[in-house]
Design a protein. Sequence first.
Length: 155
Amino acid sequence: MNEAMNVMLTPDGWQRLHDELRTLQERRRAAQGEAAPWQESAHPDDLAAQLHFGEIAYLDGRIADLHSLLGRATVIDRGVREVQSAGIGSKVTVRWPEGDEETYVLVSPVEVAPQRGLISVESPVGRALLGRRRGERVEVVTPNGPADLTVVALA
């Protein structure tokens, strides 16, 4: 990922990443406290020490990633005005050709959580929905082939 690139986040996504950062920082402080007695006496072949220092390295890396990400973030709050077309933060209900309806929230790739209906604007469905309005039909390529979706609701 380009480090200079701005990242658009929903308010919920920003909060989740901020909470993760705070949790990891607390874990890092605790891990550092546990590591102090090992630092001078740990043998390079000591598996427990390697695992512990590996956890610290992971925490340090993820904390740095989150600092960078949040530092480049712009929070997009689509709730302050009437939504005319789908964009990051939009809640979009679509009807599939079989008649099934699903609701998605369009988010940046760092917020994706399909089990909660959060889909990336870079996914095939998300990309197809960007800029669409209620009532529009859009073709999207799925693993089962092309499908025509209808935008039923937009918030």
